[in-house]
Design a protein around this ligand. Structure first.
Ligand SMILES: O=C(O)COP(=O)(O)O
Ligand SMILES: [Mg+2]
Length: 317
């Protein structure tokens, strides 16, 4: 089921943890800074817990959690940190899987795209350029370009204003509480990614939808609608998938691989026809392995499919 009644005109993306996996370079820079003050390094998980509220919080908290404040104003520490991090901010940082193809698909569909990040603007520009993402975005608003950071809705509002779209015409995609809270306060529908740097369970962020894979996004935005005649059949499709899901479980538990392969093939065809290309892709991956993989491997491939099918069932009236 798509998120809005008609496709949005603009999609706003958070950056760290949402479009890109920037943690490795952030961890390295934080630990270079801590080493310069003879502090112990922080683990990747400890740094992850400090990302999302902007670089000043990251720098300040890095010192507080490793022995207390140092004798320099936070602004000076931040300045030093950014001077080191910015030029090295894309050494190990990469877009998450399927980001490029999804942004391409959204651009082709004529949507305006924006980045709405608490990351300092300089580093934002460097990362987007080095990863080949810059040209996708009509507007990029980083920490230095907005009167207030997320979760303040102003951060979202300046983007809507500059794109000339209303809150109802936009969707925000984010990984953290700040993203979802800012968008909700601005009246913008929200999608949370489950693979980012949320500080708690993603299901508790309050997003309208959750995705585990960028390939789910176009359909959620209403871009892969089923042909008109099939739209009314969506509830029937969802019921059929619920039945197919039970059969799939039984077949995975049994040893008739040919029947399993046929069943997965049929499910794949239905998903492709009813505007669920990401599910069709995953089922295709499972189908390829049905005749040769171990039961454990099939179970591993099937798990995300069951998660998606459960979500499909819960989103269909
Ligand atoms: O720099 C940060 O702390 C967070 O950046 P984000 O808003 O892109 O997640
Ligand atoms: Mg983020």
């Amino acid at each position: 089921m798509s998120l809005l009644t008609s496709p949005p005109r603009a999609v706003l993306f958070d950056l760290d943890g949402t479009l890109i996996d920037s943690l490795p370079d952030l961890v390295a820079a934080v630990n270079r800074m801590l080493a310069a003050w003879d502090r112990a390094p922080l683990s990747a998980n400890a740094v992850k817990a400090l990302v999302g509220g902007g670089a000043a919080i990251l720098v300040e908290q890095a010192f507080l959690t490793t022995g207390g404040p140092v004798d320099l104003p936070v602004e000076d520490l931040l300045h030093r940190f950014m001077a080191d991090y910015e030029p090295r901010s894309a050494e190990s940082t990469r877009p998450w899987p399927a980001v490029i193809e999804t942004l391409t698909r959204l651009k082709e569909a004529g949507l305006a795209l924006a980045v709405c990040t608490n990351k300092p603007s300089g580093a934002t520009k460097v990362v987007l350029a080095k990863l080949g993402l810059a040209d996708f975005f009509d507007v990029v608003v980083g920490a230095n370009d907005t009167p207030a950071l997320k979760p303040d809705p102003i951060h979202i509002q300046v983007i809507l204003d500059s794109l000339g779209v209303t809150a109802e015409q936009a969707v925000m995609v984010g990984d953290s509480y700040n993203d979802i809270a800012a968008a909700r306060a601005a009246g913008v529908a929200t999608v949370a990614v489950s693979f980012g740097y949320a500080h708690g369970p993603v299901a508790e962020l309050g997003a309208n939808r959750i995705i585990d894979d960028y390939r789910e996004l176009p359909a959620l935005l209403g871009l892969d609608r089923p042909p008109p005649g099939l739209a009314d059949l969506q509830p029937a499709f969802a019921r059929e998938m619920a039945r197919d899901s039970d059969i799939l479980r039984d077949l995975l538990a049994g040893d008739d691989r040919a029947a399993l392969s046929d069943h997965v093939h049929a499910m794949r065809g239905k998903c492709a026809m009813f505007g669920q290309p990401d599910l069709a892709d995953r089922l295709g991956g499972l189908e390829e392995e049905t005749l040769r993989a171990s039961p454990a491997e099939l179970e591993r491939l099937a798990q995300p499919i069951f998660t998606r099918l459960e979500r499909l069932a819960s989103e269909t009236p």
